[in-house]
Design a protein around this ligand. Sequence first.
Ligand SMILES: *[C@@H]1O[C@H](CO)[C@@H](O)[C@H](O)[C@H]1NC(C)=O
Ligand SMILES: *[C@@H]1O[C@H](CO)[C@@H](O)[C@H](O)[C@H]1NC(C)=O
Length: 391
Amino acid sequence: MVIPTVIFILFLYPSLTSAASNYNVADFGAIPDGKTDSSAGFLRAWTAACGSAGRSTISVPTGKFLIRQPVVFTGSQCKSSGVMILIQGSLVAPSDYRVLGESTTWLSFQCVTGVTISGGILDGQGGSLWTCKNSGKGGCPTGATTLGFTNSNNIVIDGMTSINSQLYHIVINGCKNVKIQGVKVSASGDSPNTDGIHVQFSTGVTILNSRAATGDDCVSVGAGTTGLWIENFSCGPGHGISIGSLGKAANEPGVKNVTVKTVKFTGTDNGVRIKSWGRPSNGFVTGVLFQHITMADVKNPIIIDQNYCPDDNGCPQKVSGVKISNVMYQDIHGSSATEVAVKFDCSSEHPCTDLRLQDVKLTYKSDQAALSSCSNADGSSSGFVVPSSCL
Ligand SMILES: *[C@@H]1O[C@H](CO)[C@@H](O)[C@H](O)[C@H]1NC(C)=O
Ligand SMILES: *[C@@H]1O[C@H](CO)[C@@H](O)[C@H](O)[C@H]1NC(C)=O
């Protein structure tokens, strides 16, 4: 009785015969033909990998794997100390946007520790949903974020590409110690709400050597983000790198210790932006460095906008409670697509304090003089600053 059982298991899961800690999704029923729903196969591979002690690897071979259902990879039952997911092929969402419809996230990791995603292409097939949303006819579902990590620690996303997400490409929510490197996200410049990387309620997130070309913010930074480091990044098309929108809620944790360094913006709506709702809130932003940044044809290269209130709805006094302080803009140059290249539009109730401009040179178009505009903004400038500072 014992022998046939063992043979049966080895037959079903041949990977067990080689390295016990390597799990190939093809051995768990995933089929790279672009047509067969492989979500259950991926989940079975995850259960096996996360259930094995020590470090394990999930291999995703070349080819297209249709992942037709939203998949949640949970870590709460894991025995493994870390799972590496090595992707050679691509994961493809269903092309009919009604299938994922209102599911928040297509590929969701929750409460995991030590997960690395290396390589691969995630294709959200968002095109038809964007067309629906852009038609203005209404009745379109929200769509799903492509990849989400929630309440997770020690995460690495390395060399992965996300294309055509329905909604956000990557969301980091409630996480500690996340490294995103060599990642590319791309979606059409007119695709609605396709933020590249959104970070919130998270500590110690590093984004290196990556690029985003998309229809919304390249990186958006939500409430409760501390210790965020972005370096060697390129953005465009897109809405720029945005801290915010903050202060929609009356009660929210602040944003602290953010470094954005060596970034190139090309043809974006904004460069470096801080944005809050014109609503009461105890939120704040402090300790931000924007450094070594080039702007090419950017509509609002440097902007603080504390009067955000789409459709003028829900902002009774039109005053933001969010306190912005200690923000440094250092070595920023290039061209603005509009005349006002530097705009600090701060809260009348809580003026911005300690804004600092150092070595800033921005022109309107390639060679015309740009302007700066300040309201309720306090701070200083040093070095060569053009347009001259209004602080
Ligand atoms: C600020 O964040 C960086 C990582 O981005 C971290 O290394 C540093 O320790 C943080 N500083 C403080 C004072 O928390
Ligand atoms: C940024 O890019 C430069 C040049 O490609 C490279 O030398 C440097 O190591 C990168 N920085 C990081 C933090 O990866």
